[in-house]
Ligand binder design. Structure first.
Ligand code: ATP
Ligand code: MG
Length: 205
């Protein structure tokens, strides 16, 4: 029995990889600008906040200063909150104090809470010691007009040149998308919760 001959497909593969390397190298040469980026993680699928926290981990690995502001305080304590408060107290970490909830009937209270939380964000966005600032679930504050859009966009625009910002949440408007350097839309292909599986500790919260 003879072995199957893969030499053709293997030559083809090498060729493809060579072309790809040339393209990537050219891309690296083009991407010569060194500045902080604004990243928007949006869409209905799972993975927005957890991706943002992944970038916090990356920055912390290099000893960079990180600030995280969460615009919706969940009813449930999360693993990321425990991790940061207990293991990384050097991270600037704030959550919306009064706990904005979806069933809130108190618009005035919500606006006051959003503005108080925004004050922390604004402070970080003016401080060039912070390498990475995460504004988790900020989009909802814009979607509900709890925060003035121009005020938010201006603060993002005028942040220190080397500072990166990650904004998460569904929606948030076209202007925010335009301003971002990177926009990823998480698509909900399927989610365990919809087939009756309970949210998992350490996975979902
Ligand atoms: P994660 O924090 O897991 O990255 P996320 O930030 O993309 O999720 P959010 O809308 O902020 O999504 O929701 C937070 C919680 O809701 C998490 O427990 C997450 O697992 C869950 N979740 C996210 N997307 C879905 C979905 N499409 N269906 C059901 N539950 C979801
Ligand atoms: Mg989230």
């Amino acid at each position: 029995m003879s072995k199957p001959d893969h030499s053709d497909s293997s030559d083809q593969h090498n060729d493809t990889m060579k072309k790809r390397k040339t393209q990537i190298d050219a891309g690296i040469v083009r991407a010569g600008e060194e500045r902080g980026v604004m990243i928007l993680l949006t869409g209905n699928g799972k993975g927005k906040s957890s991706s943002a926290f992944g970038m916090a981990m990356r920055s912390l690995g290099y000893g960079f200063k990180v600030g995280i502001i969460q615009f919706i305080k969940g009813k449930q304590l999360s693993g990321e909150e425990l991790f940061i408060r207990e293991k990384h107290p050097e991270v600037y970490f704030e959550q919306m104090a009064t706990g904005f909830t979806w069933d809130s009937q108190d618009r005035t209270g919500d606006i006051a809470a959003a503005e108080a939380t925004w004050a922390h964000a604004q402070k970080l966005l003016q401080d060039d010691r912070y390498h990475l600032v995460i504004l988790d679930e900020l989009t909802y504050m814009l979607a509900y007009s709890y925060l003035d859009e121009e005020m938010v966009l201006n603060a993002l625009r005028s942040r220190p040149e080397q500072q990166s910002v990650v904004v998460t949440g569904r929606g948030g408007g076209e202007a925010l998308r335009q301003l971002a350097d990177t926009v990823s839309e998480l698509r909900d292909v399927k989610h365990a919760f919809k087939s009756g599986i309970k949210a998992r500790k350490g996975v979902d919260y």
